[in-house]
Design a protein around this ligand. Sequence first.
Ligand SMILES: Nc1ncnc2c1ncn2[C@@H]1O[C@H](COP(=O)(O)OP(=O)(O)OP(=O)(O)O)[C@@H](O)[C@H]1O
Ligand SMILES: [Mg+2]
Length: 328
Amino acid sequence: MTTTYAVLSEGLEKRFGAVHALRGLDLAVAEGTVCGLLGPNGAGKTTAVRLLTTLLRPDAGSARIAGHDLVREAAAVRRRIGVTGQSASVDGDLTGRQNLRLFARLHRVRDASARTDDLLDRFGLAEAADRPASTLSGGMRRRLDLAASLVRRPDVLFLDEPTTGLDPASRNRIWDAVRALKAEGTTVLLTTQYLEEADRLADDIALVDRGRVAHTGSPAELKALVGSYAEAVVTDADALARAAGVLDRLTGTEPALDHDRRTVGAVSTDQTLTLPRLVRELDAAGVPLADASLRPPTLDDVFLRLTDDDTGDDDTGDNTGDSKELVA
Ligand SMILES: Nc1ncnc2c1ncn2[C@@H]1O[C@H](COP(=O)(O)OP(=O)(O)OP(=O)(O)O)[C@@H](O)[C@H]1O
Ligand SMILES: [Mg+2]
């Protein structure tokens, strides 16, 4: 079986003056899947979305969206996609219903009125239906925005930080909506700074770091790359350095020390490390232990591990990060 990609980009570049925002973005999102573009502030996530949705032209590179060339067939691309950006696109003077109807008319949706009611219902926007959008709460407005991008049933939906700043209830509604869209066959590319969000929603995660995809994989694969997180709490602050030495040796990663909490922790790349061994080795080194733990890594750990230590391959092509080989 061959995979069809709803989004396939190669070497996308974008500069804003001196800022090289995208430095060769390669991305492959299989049809019908949810891809999470995960990265810190300024990594290039929004720029990537703006390029892939034809709002900006790439300086170099190419992409196909739903089978159409991003630049040569921009109009066709636009007909197949929906996009919800970091800032609202709905008209504040119009009510929720009026906004959705306007989108439906703009895009010549045949069952406009039924579609509008369905979306208002699906996103819990009954309250927003007859109120001007400018009077809605941030969460409701975001949901209205998302509903607007779905009016004409896009094949590929781009969501730029769909839940940033939302309360847990609003966030859950958006998560449910993304899951429902996926179940209907829509491909979703969403950007997020929330590791939990990518973990919960995405089939695949692309870690974006300084304008490039630094690593890709399923949440589970990325976690497996890291192994686990080892932590030791000591009873005597003087023993911290000794504990750090043990963790350094066992995990293969330089540990972080927290003197106030008398805690030392490190992401372990050794997948065979067990808690009994950790305790035994700390004990053998004469470390007075208050507690020790070994937990599955969070995506935070993954991100720090996979993006922080491999600056070596940026422009020199010299490959120093040991994690690189595993995903090459
Ligand atoms: N219109 C612009 N003019 C100049 N620089 C820009 C412009 N848009 C983005 N940049 C710069 O490009 C880089 C990438 O920005 P981008 O908004 O894509 O990051 P991001 O990953 O979306 O960050 P955030 O998590 O804060 O939304 C940043 O250094 C940013 O300052
Ligand atoms: Mg952004």
